[in-house]
Design a protein around this ligand. Structure first.
Ligand SMILES: Nc1nc2c(ncn2[C@@H]2O[C@H](COP(=O)(O)OP(=O)(O)OP(=O)(O)O)[C@@H](O)[C@H]2O)c(=O)[nH]1
Ligand SMILES: [Mg+2]
Length: 393
């Protein structure tokens, strides 16, 4: 057992899993927490449970509010290659940025909290378009349910990526720290994790563990043991990348969501080169090297033209063109897929019938050994490929 929980705590966890309503679950979690000993090994677990409780409290609160019928919903239907939310404090320049990147015309103003509802704009990049959504400003306490805070965080949760806009002249490092804290409380972390655990509860079939990556400090048997300790007897556990036993145990308590993100230091026109360098360095200390940081000026249009490419790469997208057998021309508009997608994913995207009746495909472009190479369904496609699918009639 990673965290060495006493039997009493485990018994209480079972109560948590049996809880049907958010209210019941919250009460069960409180009891569970009171049975968890406090030491170094349980720190992460306690933190996670507390966050889960905070989320439940908010859910309960939200439900109450919805019943009261207050305020509009912030949900934005996805369009284009990906939905990207522009997230930041008030006056950081979110509206100015949306104006710089799209045809949308949100009001730009030095008056705080000008944007009160999500504003949508389409940002062209090569032959695709990203859907940008300016979220009403984030602020300290948003995750606790003040104002529209939860709705703004909900937008972040629903988006494919986040553009974090910092006001370069108004404590950008403090803004970043608060933004990360609020996201974390909403169980969102930015950047790419080393690994991922997916646990799907089943009603029969025992515990199946499928390891696509590596368990860094244990074996499949340890994973089974952890689940059994929580009286989970039937489940499918999928492990991607590098994952520790601790992370597996924690994922039983409700997963965290990872969002690709880019950090923008706006108003660079008001900053000296040295100052910009200093801020970039500090930000990298906070978030590590895996998240890109760009100084920009939304007002003067400095560096904004690089954002399309940066988003495309951060989202790990590829464009694939399709072509009908016997027709020379390929589709003018690409399908947008994730890196690592296969020919079968392409077929599935066109029509589920095509993937079911798939026979083979012909490929032109970067992933083809020679033009028109004949490949099977598992062939991994690349950005710029043209795919011609042959299926049984
Ligand atoms: N110097 C400079 N000023 C900027 C820049 N971007 C925005 N501003 C100014 O900052 C103020 C706020 O800009 P907005 O785009 O309205 O900020 P916002 O983040 O949308 O703010 P809210 O919607 O109120 O939360 C305005 O006075 C803008 O003119 C920039 O790159 N440089
Ligand atoms: Mg605005």
């Amino acid at each position: 057992m990673v965290t060495n929980l006493p039997a009493e705590a485990k018994a209480k966890w079972i109560k948590v899993m049996e809880a049907k309503t958010p209210e019941e679950k919250l009460r069960a979690l409180e009891e569970f927490l009171s049975a968890v000993p406090r030491h170094k090994g349980t720190e992460k677990l306690i933190g996670r449970v507390r966050r889960q409780m905070a989320v439940l409290r908010r859910e309960i609160e939200e439900k109450r509010k919805r019943k009261a019928g207050k305020g509009p919903k912030f949900f934005v239907e996805k369009e284009g290659a990906a939905q990207i939310i522009i997230l930041g404090f008030t006056n950081s320049g979110k509206s100015q940025l949306l104006r710089a990147l799209t045809n949308a015309k949100p009001q730009v103003s030095p008056i705080p909290y000008t944007t009160r509802l999500p504003v949508i704009g389409m940002m062209p990049f090569k032959d695709i378009k990203f859907q940008l959504v300016e979220a009403p400003a984030l602020f300290e306490g948003a995750a606790k349910g003040a104002g529209w805070g939860l709705k703004t965080l909900g937008l972040a949760r629903n988006a494919d990526a986040i553009l974090i806009v910092l006001d370069g002249v108004n404590n950008p490092l403090g803004q970043l720290k608060t933004t990360l804290k609020e996201l974390e409380e909403a169980r969102i972390t930015i950047g790419k994790p080393k690994g991922k655990v997916e646990i799907t509860r089943k009603s029969a079939g025992g515990i199946q563990v499928v390891v696509f990556g590596k368990i860094v400090n244990g074996t499949v048997r340890d994973v089974r043991k952890i689940l059994k300790d929580y009286k989970i007897h039937h489940a499918l556990v999928k492990i991607y990348g590098e994952v520790s036993l601790d992370e597996i145990e924690i994922s039983i308590f409700g997963g965290i969501m990872y969002k690709p993100a880019i950090v923008l230091i706006n108003k660079s026109d008001m900053l000296t080169k040295d100052k910009i360098e200093y801020i970039v360095g500090k930000i990298q200390e906070i978030i590590g090297g895996h998240v890109k940081v760009f100084p920009i000026s939304a007002l003067k249009g400095v560096n904004v033209e690089t954002l399309g490419e940066a988003l495309f790469n951060t989202l790990e997208l590829i464009r694939v063109y399709t072509k009908q057998p016997g027709v020379d021309e390929s589709s003018p508009e690409p399908l947008v897929l994730r890196k690592g997608a296969t020919v079968l994913d392409v077929a599935e995207r066109i029509h589920s019938r095509l993937s079911k009746n798939f026979r083979y495909a012909k490929i032109w472009g970067p992933s083809a050994k020679y033009p028109g190479e004949r490949v099977g369904g598992n062939h991994v496609v690349m950005d710029g490929d043209i795919v011609e699918i042959h299926a049984k009639a």
